[in-house]
Design a protein around this ligand. Structure first.
Ligand code: ADP
Ligand code: MG
Length: 304
């Protein structure tokens, strides 16, 4: 019997919703949920005994297969983005997370100290085990949802699902029929979307500064940190949405593209056949040619 199954659950600090159609829909949706919850348990920096917490405390660990794979992919994607995406930016990201809580800009000494411990080349793999460089800290926040989406899509293909729409906290994948999705208006995040994108067996991943944003004095602070400077990225973008097939790479590339801006990001996006929608802080919207038929700005969109 064919069925439509919908499931929503919290994970990775956000809400995930799954819509799956096909004979195995229920068991596939259940399997995806438990797979994501296992990743969340292993990767959370808020759990003292997670694999990533142990790693960040300096232990050599022999992690779960997904943990080993995402760490290896992270190092590769860090190299491809010349370190703009850097999975070892953990010291920097927690410094700025704390800064937002305390409404206090970190001082130059703290930033220099965090920068000194950033660099994906510090991660040492040996067989199935892994260890960080001294004082390093891993943050999978910029890639975890993309990786989880790829694993979920693989599971659905194995189960022979006829159609699915997976939304892992805004990291979205469509399998089967094309699906129109709304692209958030960063200037009005709770209101109408800025435009509509038709997703046809592809994934869409967004990085933006508008969701976790604060103003401290006259400085705007958000959660995507430029590892070249140690400060929140300042490339003139408020959001970037990437469209392609490899969600793990899209997620890391979206974080990197947000940091680097369209001009520096286009070479690696082009190399991987990835399409993009860039929304600039002055309200201008740029899109790649590949989206000319599938992305439409709303006629009445006044972004800025
Ligand atoms: P989202 O907010 O949808 O998760 P991102 O994929 O851009 O968007 O992830 C942002 C998260 O990535 C941050 O909250 C932080 O955990 C982590 N991060 C911030 N800066 C970097 C960076 N330069 N490289 C890798 N990860 C980063
Ligand atoms: Mg990302």
């Amino acid at each position: 019997m064919s069925a439509v199954v919908q499931k929503a659950f919290p994970a990775m600090g956000t809400v995930h919703t799954l819509t799956v159609e096909g004979e195995q829909a229920l068991s596939a949706a259940e399997a995806i949920k438990s797979q994501i919850l296992a990743m969340d348990r292993n990767w959370s920096v808020f759990r003292e005994d997670s694999e990533i917490s142990l790693l960040n405390r300096g232990a050599r660990i022999r992690p779960d297969e997904d943990t080993l794979r995402i760490l290896k992919e992270s190092v590769r994607l860090s190299e491809e983005t010349d370190g703009a995406f850097d999975v070892t930016a953990g010291q920097l990201t927690s410094l700025w997370r704390q800064a937002m809580r305390d409404e206090r800009i970190p001082d130059a000494r703290e930033i220099a100290e965090a920068l000194r411990h950033t660099g994906a080349r510090g991660i040492r793999f040996s067989g199935r085990s892994v260890k960080l460089g001294r004082g390093q800290s891993v943050d999978l926040g910029g890639i975890a949802k993309g990786y989880a989406l790829d694993r979920a899509a693989a599971l659905l293909r194995e189960a022979g699902a006829a159609h699915a729409l997976l939304n892992l906290g805004g990291t979205i994948g469509a399998i089967g029929r094309p699906v129109p999705i709304g692209i958030r208006n960063p200037f009005d995040p709770d209101g109408e979307p800025i435009g509509t994108l038709i997703l046809d067996n592809r994934c869409a991943v967004t990085s933006g500064s508008y969701e976790r944003f604060a103003r401290i004095g006259n400085q705007s602070v958000h959660h995507i940190i430029d590892p070249r400077t140690g400060y929140p990225a300042d490339s003139g973008l408020v959001s970037v949405t990437l469209v392609g097939t490899d969600a793990t790479a899209l997620d890391a590339f979206a974080t990197a593209a947000f940091i680097l801006g369209p001009f520096c990001a286009m070479p690696f996006l082009r190399r991987h056949g990835i399409d993009a929608i860039f929304i600039k802080s002055d309200g201008k919207v740029l899109k790649t040619e590949g989206l000319s038929d599938t992305f439409r700005l709303r006629a009445d969109a006044h972004p800025a």
